[in-house]
Design a protein around this ligand. Sequence first.
Ligand SMILES: Nc1ncnc2c1ncn2[C@@H]1O[C@H](COP(=O)(O)OP(=O)(O)OP(=O)(O)O)[C@@H](O)[C@H]1O
Length: 620
Amino acid sequence: MINCKSFVEALKTFDKLVTLGMIKMKNKLKKGNIAFLIKKAFEWDKWLFILSFINSFLHAIKPIILLLYPKVIIEGLQNDIAINKLLFQIGILTVFLIIFTYFGEYLDGDIYARIMRLRNRFLLLYSRTCMSMEYQYTEDKDKLNQMHIAFRAINNNSEGIEGVYHTLFSFFTNIIVLIGYSWILLTLSPIIITILIISILINNMLVWNVKKYEYDVKDDIAFHQRVLFYIENIMTDFSYGKEIRIFNLSDLFTNKFNKYKDNVLKVESSIEKKYYKAACINTLITFFTNVFIFWYLIVNTLNGTIQISNFVIYYQTIYNYDTWIRNIVEDIVKIRKQNLVISDFREFVYGNKYSRKRYRQIEKSKSYDIEFKDVFFHYPNKEEMIIKGINYKLKSGTKLAIVGPNGAGKTTLIKLLTGLYTPTSGKILLNGNDITEYDLNSYYKLFSTIFQESLVLAFSVKENIAFDDDNMRRLHNAIKVSGLENKIESLSLKENTPLLKFLDKEGIELSGGEKQKLMLARAVYKDGAIFIFDEPTANLDPIAEARIYEQFNDIVKDKTTIFISHRLASTKFCDTIIYLNNGVIEEMGTHEELMRKNGSYAKMFALQSQYYKEVDNYEF
Ligand SMILES: Nc1ncnc2c1ncn2[C@@H]1O[C@H](COP(=O)(O)OP(=O)(O)OP(=O)(O)O)[C@@H](O)[C@H]1O
C-alpha cells in the first residue's frame, strides 16, 4: 500500500513546503491569522470564495464516482444484466466524470491565478512597509532579521500566505471527500474506521515531533540564511562588479558562501535523518494496520457478509482513506505552521513598530528655523557616540558650510537633521517643535538633498529627476542648472533616454561626475525649502565645479542651504562655517572670522589653498 521510500518522499516534499516559511521569532504568534487571511481575500476578491466552493464540490465528487465504476461493473456481471444497460450506466458515470473534470480543471487554473494575485497584494503591502519604515531600522540587525523572516510569507507560491490559501481551499475538498469515505466505511464496521484513524494519528504525531525539532533548529540558523541571502545578492549585483574584480572578491564571497551553506546543510541533514526515522516507524504501523484490516475484509467476503462488488469499494476506500485523512491532517498542520509565518508578516506589516505614529503635518511657512539642542547620537547596535552634544540654531535662509576631517560626523548630522535617524538624546526643533512629532513624509518634503552616494535608477533621465511628476519646464531648468544640458542634448531620446542597462539594453551609463549632476538636477527639481549638499562636487571636473559655485545662488536662491565639502573653496559662498571634529563643533564663524582665529579651519584651508594658488586667477 504505502512503501517506505514514497512515504519518506511525501514527508520531505510536504515538509520543505512548510518549514522554509517557519523561521521566526518565538512568542510572536498572533491569533486570528486565518480569519485575517479570509477577511482580506473576501475584501479583495469575493468571487474566489464562490468559485472555490464550486471547485471543492467538483473535486470531491470525482473520487466518489470513481469508486462506483467497479461496483457497477461487478454487479452487472454478477446479475447478468444486458451489455447495453451496463454500458449505459458506465456511460452516465463517465459523462459526469468528464464534466466534473473539465470544470474542475478550469476552475483550478482560475483560482490559482486569483490566489497569486492576492499574494501580490500582500507583496505590495510588504514593500510599502519596507519603504516607509524609519531609516534607522534599515541598519538594525534584529529588525532586518524580522523583515527577512516576514518576506518568507510572500516570496513563493507554495508557502506562506499563498500556501495557506491553496491549502485552505484544498482542505474543504478533502473534508467533503472524507465525509463520503467515512460514510462508506461506517457501513463496513466502526472498529475498522477507528483503527484506521488511530494509526494515522500516531503517524502524524511522530511527524509533528520532527517538525517541532525542525522549527527550533531553523530558528537558530536564521542568521546564517540571512548572510547567505546577502552574499547571493552581492555576488550577482553588478553595482559591486568593479570591486569584485579589482579586489578579487570572488574567492572571498565563494568561501563565505560555502561556510554558511555548510552550516545550513548540516542542520538540514540532521532534520532529514529524523524524518527518515519517523518514516520507518510509520511504515511499520501502517503495515500492521493494513494486515489487520485486509484480514477482516477477506474473512468477511469469504463467509458472504460482504459482497464482492462491495469488497472492491471497501478495498479502494480503505486504500485511499489513509491518503485523504493524511491530506486533512497535513492541511491542518500546514496551516498551523504557516500560521507562524503569517504572524511574522502581520507583525512586520501591521505591528507598527517600524515607524512611530507622527500625525503632525508641516505647516506651510515662509521660514523654517532649525535648532539642535544638546544632540547626542550613536548608530543602532554601536555604543560609540558619533555626535556629542551639538547646540546650534540654523536660521532660515542661512548658507551653512559644515567642514571637518573624515569621520567627524558631518553626514551623520545631516541624517539627523533630515529625520533619517533620531537623536539618542537631545532634540532637533523645527520652528520650535520637536521634529519627531512630524509625519515623516511631510517632513521629508522640506529637503532637497544630495547625498554622497548617487542612487541612479534604471529608468529614464526624466524619471530619475522628476520621478512620477511631469513638469517639463522645471525639468529643463533642473537639467540646465545642474550642467547636464549638453549631455542630454547629445542623446537621441533626450530626457527620455533610459539609464543603466538592467531593464533596457539601450540604457546609458553616466560617469561619476554626470551622476552627481543628475543628483543635483533631482534636488533642484524637488525645490525643497532646505537644500543640503553632501559633497556635491567631489566627482566634478574643475570647470563643472566652478560652474556650480557660480550658479550657487541661482540654484538655492534665498533658501536655507547646508553645504558639506572637503573643497574649502565652497565655504566662501556660505554665511557661517561649522568646523566639526569628532562629533563636536570645534569652531564656528564666517570664513574671515575663522581665518583670523587661525585654528583648525584656518590650517585646513591653508593646507588646501597651497595647491590652488597657481590656479587662483584662472578664467573659466
Ligand atoms: N551606518 C553607520 N553605522 C555605524 N557607524 C557609522 C554609520 N555611518 C557612519 N558611521 C560612523 O560614524 C562616523 C561619522 O561618519 P560620517 O559619515 O558622519 O562622517 P563624515 O564627517 O561625513 O565623514 P566623511 O568626510 O568621510 O564623509 C564614522 O566613524 C563612521 O564610521
